[in-house]
Structure formats: C-alpha cells, structure tokens
Write a protein that binds this ligand. Sequence first.
Ligand SMILES: CC(C)(COP(=O)(O)OP(=O)(O)OC[C@H]1O[C@@H](n2cnc3c(N)ncnc32)[C@H](O)[C@@H]1OP(=O)(O)O)[C@@H](O)C(=O)NCCC(=O)NCCS
Length: 157
Amino acid sequence: MKLRADIIKCGFSQLEQIAEIESKCIPGGWSLKAFEDWFDEKKSIVLAAVYNGEIIGFANGSWVLDEGELLNIAVLEKYRRRGLAENLLKTLEKFFAEKNVTVIYLEVREKNQSALSFYEKHGFIKNGLRKNYYRNPDDNGVLMMKKTGDKYAYTGN
Ligand SMILES: CC(C)(COP(=O)(O)OP(=O)(O)OC[C@H]1O[C@@H](n2cnc3c(N)ncnc32)[C@H](O)[C@@H]1OP(=O)(O)O)[C@@H](O)C(=O)NCCC(=O)NCCS
C-alpha cells in the first residue's frame, strides 16, 4: 500500500539527518562532509520524505544549464516498495523542469538490481558503462539518462 509522506526541500542544517539515512541505505556512500562540501542552494537540491515527523528517505541532485543529475536516492528499508522513491523522483523532476532541465543523468552500481529496476520503471535508459568504477564491493557503474524536455537536442547521430 502506498505511503503518504510529505516531500520537503532541505537546508544545510538537515544534511546530518540525510547523511544518516545515506549511511543506513548505501554502505560506503556519501559522508556528512561530502554532503556539506557539495551542497550549494544555487545549483543543488536535497528533497526529504517526512513521515510522522521523521525523515525516512531522500533524493539529492544538481543541475547545470539544461542538464540535471540525480546523485542519490534512498528510502529506509522498512518503508520501501510503497512509492516513496517514486514520490521523491517525481518531485525532483518537477523541480528540475522549473529550472529548464531537459535531461537527467545518473550512475548506479550494476549489481543494484532494485535501483536499476526502479530507474527503468521511471523511463531511464542505459547509455554507458564504467568498468570497475566502484569499490567495496567492486562493481561496474551503469550510466543512465532520461530525456525530460522537448528542448533536448541530442539525436545520437
Ligand atoms: C532503490 C530505492 C530507492 C527504491 O525505493 P522505494 O521507495 O522502495 O521505491 P518505490 O516504492 O517508489 O518503487 C518501487 C519500484 O522500484 C523497483 N524496486 C524497488 N525495490 C525493488 C526490489 N527489491 N526488487 C526489484 N525491484 C525493485 C521496482 O520497479 C518497484 O516497482 P514495483 O513495486 O511495481 O515492482 C530503495 O530500494 C533504496 O533505498 N535502496 C537503497 C539505496 C539505493 O540503492 N539507492 C539507489 C542508488 S543511489
């Protein structure tokens, strides 16, 4: 059954809670310092899913001109498969659209089948592979993209 959570935009002071979710969901993922060094309200966004006053998931991304990047998305294990990541992704896509983003890129571990299925379900297609990109454990990085606006000019030719 779908879980109705509020999606909020986070500020710098909430990054500690975000980093905590990251550490629970993505072993070897971003540290608090990595989030703090990356965060810049002019070109980055962190969205959190809040349920009963608690942050239970988040997504963060950056954009440059018409290109957006989804950097992380994670939901605490006990709340998964209830549409929260979908809600976060759709909110991020809406935000990017307001910034005139027309294509979104991401990278994911090849062995992360749940994330790969999630992205494919939401229209991302594979467009590259970085061999042995990840460590602990070793894994390839799958590059994915999704065209989200009409102005995107790449034709593949
Ligand atoms: C990937 C992740 C964010 C999905 O969150 P979620 O809230 O469970 O996702 P939603 O409920 O919105 O979407 C569910 C869809 O995602 C995919 N999916 C999620 N978990 C899956 C699993 N264990 N096996 C297969 N597909 C899965 C499916 O397409 C599923 O659709 P379905 O339920 O109709 O089959 C979550 O599994 C997670 O936090 N994983 C750990 C962190 C991570 O790997 N993040 C991605 C890399 S940054």
